[in-house]
Design a protein around this ligand. Structure first.
Ligand code: ZN
Length: 138
């Protein structure tokens, strides 16, 4: 069995953003040489997500509106977590958007359904953060 591990780095200038990372994950898959197996992609920070959905700008605006409705950034003082920090909302947004995705690898390719793409979701940007890619298979 082959095993591959790599950390991807993202530095999003804005507080929140969705970044399509499918091509970077595909690069990892090629580098791994795995043809049949599983790939795990997870955010290594508790204020960022990795999730799968459509790369459609309207949907991303809908996410932003929905998440701000559930856990608005302001007022910062509304979160008990915000003692010396201001990212209480980002932890909650991360929770609902998820920590990781697992994708099957079949015949050397990510075995996606229609329109599926992998995204990095940033909810407390302005600093460099890591995403772990782990691939196992043969
Ligand atoms: Zn925090």
């Amino acid at each position: 069995m082959k095993s591959f591990r790599k950390e991807l780095y993202f530095h999003v200038a804005t507080r929140r953003a969705f970044v399509n990372i499918t091509s970077q994950v595909n690069d990892c898959l090629r580098e791994s040489g795995v043809r049949e197996g599983l790939i795990l992609v997870n955010a290594m920070h508790i204020t960022a997500s990795v999730f799968i959905n459509d790369d459609e700008p309207g949907l991303h605006q809908d996410y932003e509106k929905w998440l701000e409705g559930l856990a608005p950034h302001e007022p910062v003082a509304g979160y008990r977590h915000n003692v010396g920090e201001d990212n209480g909302d980002a932890h909650l947004k991360r929770q609902i958007m998820g920590r990781e995705v697992v994708v099957a690898i079949s015949a050397g390719r990510l075995d996606f359904g229609p329109w599926e793409q992998i995204f990095y979701g940033e909810f407390d940007g302005g600093r460099r953060k890591r995403v772990l890619v782990k691939i196992v298979g043969e």
